[in-house]
Design a protein around this ligand. Structure first.
Ligand SMILES: [Fe+2]
Length: 375
């Protein structure tokens, strides 16, 4: 059996290489969250029933590259050995298992700035989180980083960039933010809206609508735009008048879930204003990048997600309502109960609790649930 790195799996996923994953975790772990099926085939055979369930593995699936995944590397390797013995096929096992895949990010260039600078999207393939690095004259602004901050630090160091600022577009509820950790490590400012950061026990600088963040000493304008609705303090960043990093305001086929524990009703109204008024006043051809994607199939052939604002709006059924009450009715019909882990994650992001690595993984496990889609 051979070892496959999470990077190689990312390359295979983005290249749409035919691959069959045999997931040997327990049914509970598998049901809670699994590697997205499209464009790869996934077969679930708990390790405890590997021998008896082998008939469930269809022959045609096994004509592809076969990858065995367990929770960690040891599980994956042991199961791969058993798969090879019982099914008489050659297979790979995933280095680091699901745990490592869950945290893996792949940086992909998504735009060029007017001074020759660049924007990278850091695609967290396993969880659907999208974060960003805006680079201008070797200075970098990091937006919505995940808790595994090493890839951002490595990317900056490997390419000779200095991280100058770090921003969260809102107080995240679905994943632990790496923003204050990067700020600590690099001794730079962490920016977030003071509305979302109310009660925070970590240092931050408040973002004010219509203010600008400077990326180093450059002339690239990074304008702060208030886009409340997912949270009351949500902001978007309009970079170089052409790239819009919009946090959890809008997705490929959904919109940001109004956070209900504050003042749910007014947040829904704010969400409507943001989606139906504020966004419509921005340049309609600006390239728009959210903080999440839902399915691997949302990613384009270059491996990233994003598109012109007018196209994302026109392809999103929740943005085609004729009246405000229709929109609100659809949100209320389609909103699902918020996972209980979200409040614990928000507390951690405010610095009110300090989950260790194992607790973080368990809080974050599961798909992105920041989005509401219309069924
Ligand atoms: Fe969110």
């Amino acid at each position: 059996m051979k070892k496959m790195s999470v990077h190689q799996l990312a390359v295979d996923v983005m290249n749409q290489t035919p691959i069959t994953i045999i997931d040997v975790r327990s049914t509970e772990q598998y049901d809670n969250w699994k590697i997205d099926k499209d464009p790869i085939s996934v077969v679930h055979i708990p390790i405890t029933s590997l021998t008896s369930d082998k008939a469930h593995v269809q022959d045609e699936l096994l004509e592809k590259k076969v990858l065995v995944v367990g929770m960690n590397e040891a599980d994956s390797k042991q199961a791969a050995g058993e798969v090879e013995d019982h099914l008489s096929i050659e297979c790979f096992f995933l280095a680091g298992g699901i745990n490592e895949w869950h945290d893996y990010v792949e940086p992909i260039k998504v735009g060029t700035l007017s001074d020759g600078g660049e924007i990278y999207q850091f695609v967290r393939l396993g969880k659907g989180c999208l974060s960003y690095m805006v680079i201008s004259q070797a200075m970098a602004l990091v937006v919505d980083p995940i808790a595994n901050i090493q890839p951002y630090l490595d990317f900056a160091e490997d390419n000779g960039f200095t991280i100058a600022h770090v921003v969260d577009t809102h107080l995240h509820g679905d994943h632990i933010s790496g923003a204050s950790m990067i700020a600590d490590e690099m001794e730079v400012t962490y920016y977030i809206s003071s509305i979302d950061a109310q009660g925070a026990e970590i240092p931050y600088e408040s973002l004010t609508p219509h203010s600008f963040i400077e990326v180093g000493n450059t002339n690239i304008p990074v304008e702060v735009i208030a886009t409340p609705g997912h949270t009351q303090g949500s902001i978007s960043l309009l970079i170089d008048e052409h790239y819009l990093l919009m946090g959890d305001t809008m997705f490929a086929d959904g919109v940001g879930r109004p956070t209900i524990e504050k003042d749910g009703e007014s947040v829904i109204h704010q969400l409507y204003e943001t989606l139906y008024s504020r966004l419509r006043h921005l340049p309609e051809d600006c390239m728009t990048f959210p903080a999440h994607f839902s399915h691997l199939s949302d990613l384009n052939t270059e491996g990233f997600f994003g598109g012109a604002l007018k196209e994302l709006i026109s392809s999103n059924s929740l943005l085609q309502k004729n009246a405000k009450n229709e929109f609100i009715q659809s949100i209320n019909t389609n909103i699902e109960e918020e996972p209980t882990s979200h409040q614990a994650i928000r507390n951690a992001n405010l610095g009110l609790s300090h989950p260790d690595e194992k607790e973080r993984m368990s809080l974050e496990l599961g798909p992105n649930r920041c989005s509401i889609t219309e069924s």
